[in-house]
Design a protein around this ligand. Structure first.
Ligand SMILES: *[C@@H]1O[C@H](CO)[C@@H](O)[C@H](O)[C@H]1NC(C)=O
Length: 240
């Protein structure tokens, strides 16, 4: 009898464990639910009814991010939505979003456009660093690229970058999916995996994936079906 009791307790514990996927943040392309927005100069962050990522609910909006080049503007051109505290050193998680470039988007060789970044404010460290992005995902021409950073944030020359270049060729006028799984470590025990349109385009184990400082990072991303969770399906834009 005692033996059976223990077995059934174990079964409950195992099934709980098996069902422990947690989608810690999810946004179907709406203005609500974000911690803040950042849109510089003439930039905008708006809800749009069209186009919308064809998610499981088959409804809703997407987040439209626009920027306007101004030759007299000396500042930067962010249009972004911000979710605080998505990782700190030692965490492991999945991060996903869908993005779409306008139909008539022209790729320019040598020009890069950031799609998503993990960033934290390091002003308190006392070197000249303020907000510093660690991991970023961006386009250079029509190529998808990513990076992770490690080392000490201050002094700045201690920061080291690992690049994941030319991961995929991106097309305008269509929705694309990006998922990242990262084990955020500042020593050689971390890993970084990235998928594009459902295909794993890089997987690197045994690397440092974040800086030595353990303050929480924010996720800044631009578009639709943005999510963070503990399993692939929590973050994959076509799975929820
Ligand atoms: C993944 O990225 C690393 C770092 O840039 C690179 O050394 C490695 O060759 C890439 N792996 C694949 C399968 O492309």
């Amino acid at each position: 009898m005692a033996g059976n009791f223990i077995k059934s307790l174990l079964a409950v514990a195992l099934s709980l464990n098996g069902a422990s996927a947690t989608q810690v943040f999810a946004n179907r392309g709406t203005m609500s639910g974000w911690d803040t927005y950042n849109h510089e100069h003439k930039g905008k962050v708006q809800e749009a009814n069209n186009p919308v990522f064809p998610d499981i609910t088959k409804q809703g909006t997407s987040l439209s991010m626009t920027q306007v080049y101004d030759k007299n503007w000396k500042g930067r051109y962010h249009s972004e939505a911000v979710k605080y505290n998505v990782y700190k050193k030692g965490d492991t998680g999945f991060y996903g979003f869908a993005f779409r470039l306008q139909d008539d988007w022209e790729f320019t060789k040598g020009l890069s456009f950031n799609l998503a970044q993990f960033i934290a404010d390091f002003t308190s460290l006392g070197c000249s660093e303020t907000y510093m992005p660690s991991t970023m995902v961006w386009l250079e021409g029509d190529q998808l690229n990513a990076r992770v950073k490690h080392g000490d944030v201050c002094p700045q020359e201690e920061q080291k970058t690992t690049f994941f270049r030319k991961l995929a060729t991106v097309t305008p006028g269509a929705w694309h999916r990006v998922e990242i799984q990262a084990s955020w470590r500042s020593d050689d025990s971390g890993y970084f995996k990235i998928w594009y349109d459902g295909k794993k385009v890089n997987e690197t184990f045994g690397i440092p994936t974040t800086v030595t400082d353990s303050r929480p990072f924010q996720f800044r991303v631009f578009y639709d079906q943005i999510a963070v969770g503990t399993e692939f399906a929590d973050a994959a834009p076509d799975k929820w």
